[in-house]
Design a protein around this ligand. Structure first.
Ligand code: T46
Length: 156
């Protein structure tokens, strides 16, 4: 992707933010639902989930060039650490009706998984290894190419 396209993409998409999914709770328990382009700001192309994370292990530590995701905690809790090359911010996910919207372009790590946690990810595209930046120096160079300035990371 050309630098100018990166710049346009990152400026056009919403910033990372917490999402709250609607649900119905009655005597039988709780049911939550997520509609594409309604409760997450993209069409859902793929779902993956992560469980059985050993105590002290973390996941991620990479960035995506174009992929949008919503991370949901189905059970337990975990922390998402985001970094845009200039600032970092932590989001705690601990309720089943909560999600974190993750636009492309942010370095992310997921850690502090409580025992038995299940992370569900809703994503905007099929798996593509070429969409990942797994080296932090490469990520910083990629960000510089896109000339993304301070203030591009915030948490609503
Ligand atoms: C992300 C964080 C939050 C596939 O074959 N298909 C898939 O859809 C995915 C997601 C992964 N894989 C393979 C690729 C690797 O051989 O599964 C293996 C583990 O993937 P990875 O090391 O990327 O896992 P995480 O937990 O570090 O990262 C994942 C997502 O890949 C990534 O998009 O943002 O969770």
């Amino acid at each position: 992707m050309k630098a100018v396209e990166v710049k346009v993409l990152l400026k056009t998409l919403p910033k990372p933010r917490m999402l709250e999914f609607p649900g119905v709770t009655d005597t039988r328990g709780s049911l939550y639902f997520v509609e594409a382009r309604n409760h997450v700001p993209f069409d859902i192309a793929r779902v993956y989930y992560i469980n059985d994370v050993p105590n002290g292990e973390s996941r991620g530590w990479h960035a995506h060039k174009t992929l949008q995701q919503a991370l949901v905690v189905l059970s337990g809790s975990f922390e998402v650490e985001l970094n845009d090359g200039e600032q970092s911010f932590k989001f705690q996910l601990m309720k089943a009706n909560q999600g974190l919207y993750l636009p492309p372009g942010y370095w992310r790590g997921i850690n502090n998984f409580a025992s038995g946690s299940v992370l569900l990810a809703l994503t905007s595209a099929y798996y593509d290894p070429d969409d990942y930046i797994r080296d932090y120096d490469e990520y910083l160079a990629w960000r510089r190419q896109g000339q993304i300035g301070t203030g591009s990371l915030h948490a609503d």
